[in-house]
Design a protein around this ligand. Sequence first.
Ligand code: OSB
Ligand code: MG
Length: 385
Amino acid sequence: MPALRRQGEAALSQPAPLRLDEIVLQELALPMRQPFETSFGVAREKRFLLVTVRAAGLTAFGECVADHHPGYLPETLGTAAHVLRDFLVPLAFAAPVTTPQELAARLAAVRGHEMAKAALEMAAWDLCARRDGVSLAAALGGTRGRIAAGVSVGLQRDDAALVDKVAEELAAGYQRVKVKIKPGRDETALRALHERFPDLHVVADANSAYTLADAERLARLDAFRPAMLEQPLHWDDVLDHAALAKRIRTPICLDESLRSAARVAQAIDVGAAAVVNLKPGRVGGFTESVAIHDLCVARGVPLWCGGMVESGIGRLFNVHVQALPGFEPGDTSDPRRYFDEDLVDPPVVVSADGWIDVPRGPGLGAEVVTARVERATRWREALRP
Ligand code: OSB
Ligand code: MG
């Protein structure tokens, strides 16, 4: 197979250092077809930062997962723009980029700001993969040709509407369903789902809506056999989750609290995370993501890929990382559930039986449609060395 031979050669030969010519930061706003409600708020419009990197005649992209409001984690679109413009982009311009891992190491000079870093680091992966003529999946060492599609269902008007919505998503073929919960919208919701779909094990995501004082209430959810309870407690906590794990039967999956491989290892060690939700955009990018993947596989801890309501660009990064063998079905659904028009061509599509193909072309493996990106752009800033 020529593609495989190409890939092997790229890995063996010395990659050419890339002198970056330009990095463009731009804010995009996409109207959402349906609002997405969580315990921390309602999203009606998707605003995000797109990072475009140009070098050696190549153009590469990275989508920042920071929202305009710091309701999920402290970073925002504004802090990401500031940290990229004033600190991360200058580090990227400081020397040619040979590998994305080498750039990731350079960016570590900035503490925190994982979402800002991830957007640039993943653009560097896209850039280097395009240079080497391999897909992002292949560059990461991924082996799967398709990945399982799963869906995250936001808070609905009432339990009956939730049951209908879950039925609709199951009919669309999704291999896994997650629902959002919050105090007062938990027990009755999970009971209604359990009665209607007795064999379905839904993931229940609380987005930090509870405290350890709610342990008894959370233990009552065990009766409805959720697959796992995602991030019930404080967004930065590990130890309270470990204490909660001793008081409920449902496995705990961490999301917000996991922003580095070191934190994932600690969470597993202390019994706070029986399952790991990995979002490349939340952990500083693909280099850290591969480390987290390998760590979870080595320790036998189930791992799945989350989502941040990304456009097709960000969704494609999530698709490529799931070509790695350790991932269980996660939150990667069709971007057109949220957006009328995808920013990539061919679009990310979910088959009737719930699979998404991993693109085979270089880098992202799909064209970013400039006209659509420009139409959605609110501001744009071109940075040069
Ligand atoms: O907690 O997993 C979460 C979306 C935005 C912010 C946080 C979360 C989510 C999701 C994924 O649930 C939704 C999606 O990307 O489709
Ligand atoms: Mg979550």
